[in-house]
Design a protein. Structure first.
Length: 624
């Protein structure tokens, strides 16, 4: 694993090399290794030469085969919130809300065309002072600044353009501005910015025409940091070891963001120097790693981040392949585990201005929750782990080509009906498919309330190993695209039930903290990558979501990316985001007296207190 990572070869290692996920399987073609025995490898796989990269020590020169489905998963991830029709409706609704609230004031970046006096013996102002003087006389700025890169650029440019130039600048109030780009022609109509959502698992970005706010290019990719762990805790630990922090920073900047930026510019046919504004949203850990800031104290009590509001910085300081003077703005975080992605989500959802009591659920690799309205906002984060993204599930995978995303199980013969991404042969199962599978197994009576596979039902799809660990076969080897059975096991089910229990108990604890009940919630907004294809009814059935009327649920897409976009095109939206972050009250679940009891009670299907799920139980009684 270490050799592959040092050579920048992608291996899927959600557990960061602890040997607990079994995802880093390789086939040994030549040579030998010292390998620790691991229950993730069957005897048949071992005979075929399969090894786990994280548990195998190289003894001599070896040749290994990296399965293509693993190696290519980053480049074929299905990133929601970019092209779906219903996301266009979400976008339109959000923009209408922002307009009604008067938050569309324009970008912080401006362009102006200048026709400067040509120097003579009688008019011998230096080049930069000539630009300053013109801006002072025509625009009213008394203080005009620039960086060294601008000074190096202007002598030739002014003369090549006969002193007719366009400047890109950052006004601060009415008397101060900073020039960040100079062009030798009238390009006032060409001003671009990038809005980006830096997720733990995936990255999504918009290239925006700033004068009119139009999105002119979209791109997405997997976060290359995945090779150093699927969740933020594993990455924080990795950052503390040797060059770990530098490697994580390189993975996000050089291996993920810069290729995305190149793709955006190529699609829109613009030069990288024309990108003069950049806004990023992400959880607090991702922002620390993006800036190369030591993150270890985020995970240690009393959980103190290095920053929640980032300092002013330029793209060159981060090594981003856009205009070197471009200001980089990071949406403010709330705490160690509630980041700018949630600030952006609250901004774009309109929760901050609502009269209703609204619950915002952002279900990505990390579970983050906000409860509130225009009068109050409470927030918390729960350690759901990577199960919603396919991590900690033996045949789990991210939402890429061939992932099982929808599941139905026949109640008579227990045969599954599967829908995969792009209708390819099944490669594994992603988050929405796991939720469906657990719900369908439960409704069909194939698992009990603890998530254990029934020993009483006779079906070719159910089997047990020598340790009596049960599994249900979603696709046999001849039906799958990986020539191997795709299953969900008792261990998988236990991992997933703990993840869903963490989310439900976090919501319950947040409500308890202010003496509020589920029935008092007016709306539930579901955000995050898993939200698009999630089946709300199945999510309620397994106890992930509360049992309240379906018409109270609403999908709001990638709300983090939308919040990033709004703060890119509007200075007023940026100020509102900062106000939102400062007004949210963070609830630390680990110190709340009722949380552990809530969590234990929620680790059943749907819950130990079935009275909390009356509609689910009523449906069960009718069907059985």
């Amino acid at each position: 694993m270490e050799a592959a990572q040092s050579a920048n070869i992608f291996l899927d290692v959600p557990c960061n090399g602890h040997g607990t996920c079994g995802k880093c399987k390789l086939r040994l073609i030549q040579g030998s290794v010292d390998m620790q025995k691991n229950y993730h490898l069957t005897d048949a796989e071992t005979r075929k030469g399969f090894i786990l990269a994280c548990s195998s020590k190289i003894k001599e020169n070896i040749t290994v085969e990296v399965p293509s489905s693993r190696a290519e998963s980053l480049n074929h991830m299905k990133i929601e919130g970019l092209t779906a029709t219903k996301d266009e409706a979400v976008f339109a609704k959000t923009m209408e809300l922002i307009r009604k609230k008067g938050l569309l004031s324009g970008s912080c970046v401006r362009k102006d065309y200048l026709e400067l006096d040509v120097p003579t013996l009688d008019n011998s102002l230096p080049d930069w002072e000539r630009v300053q003087s013109h801006l002072q006389k025509t625009k009213g700025y008394t203080r005009v600044f620039c960086g060294l890169s601008i000074l190096r650029k202007i002598p030739r440019l002014l003369r090549d353009s006969s002193f007719r130039i366009t400047i890109t600048h950052l006004p601060e109030g009415t008397d101060k501005t900073t020039v960040i780009n100079v062009e030798g022609e009238n390009t006032t109509s060409k001003l671009y910015g990038v809005a980006i959502d830096v997720g733990t698992t995936s990255i999504a970005a918009f290239l925006v025409d700033l004068p009119n706010g139009n999105i002119i290019a979209k791109a997405s990719a997997g976060n290359a940091q995945i090779k150093h762990g699927a969740d933020i805790i594993n990455r924080i630990v990795y950052a503390t070891k040797g060059d770990g922090l530098r490697e994580l920073n390189r993975a996000i900047i050089q291996e993920t963001l810069n290729p995305l930026l190149r793709k955006l510019c190529l699609e829109a046919q613009i030069e990288k120097d024309e990108v003069c504004a950049f806004v990023a949203a992400g959880n607090t850990t991702m922002m620390h790693l993006l800036l190369g800031v030591y993150p270890d104290f985020l995970r240690r009590e009393p959980y103190i981040p290095a920053f929640v509001t980032s300092p002013e910085m330029k793209a060159r300081e981060l090594g981003m392949e856009i205009n070197s003077e471009t200001p980089v703005y990071i949406l403010p975080s709330v705490s160690s585990y509630v980041g700018g992605d949630i600030t952006g989500g609250v901004l774009s959802s309109g929760l901050w201005s609502s009269d209703e009591k609204v619950l915002l659920l952002d279900l990505g690799t990390n579970g983050e929750i906000v409860l509130g309205n225009k009068d109050f906002m409470l927030t918390c984060a729960c350690s759901a782990g990577p199960a919603f993204e396919g991590g900690e599930i033996s045949c789990g995978m991210r939402a890429s080509e061939g992932a099982i995303e929808k599941v139905k199980i026949n109640r008579f013969d227990f045969e599954p009906e599967l829908k995969t991404i792009l209708n390819k042969k099944p490669q594994g199962i992603c988050g929405s498919g796991i939720i469906d599978t657990v719900a369908e197994l439960f409704k069909a009576g194939l698992i009990d309330s603890k998530g254990r596979i029934s020993r009483k039902i006779n079906s070719k799809r159910i089997r047990f190993d020598e340790y009596q660990i049960g599994e249900y076969v979603l696709a046999f080897a001849e039906e799958s695209g990986i020539e191997k059975d795709i299953t969900i096991t008792d261990i998988d089910l236990d991992n997933f039930i703990r993840a869903k229990g963490a989310v439900y108990s976090a919501v319950s604890t947040l409500l308890n903290s202010i003496g509020m009940d589920f029935v008092e919630i007016d709306r539930i907004l579901v955000a995050g990558g898993i939200g698009t294809n999630i089946d709300i009814l199945n999510s309620i059935t397994i106890g992930l979501f509360p049992d309240i009327p379906l018409d109270k649920y609403e999908y709001i897409g990638n709300s983090s990316l939308m919040g990033s976009y709004l703060t890119l095109i509007s200075q007023d939206a940026r100020k509102k985001a900062e106000e939102i972050a400062s007004n949210m009250t963070y609830v630390e679940l680990s110190t709340h007296p009722s949380y552990m009891n809530e969590f234990v009670s929620a680790c059943f299907l749907p819950h130990t207190d079935v009275n909390r799920f009356p509609k689910v139980m009523e449906k069960f009684l009718k069907e059985r």
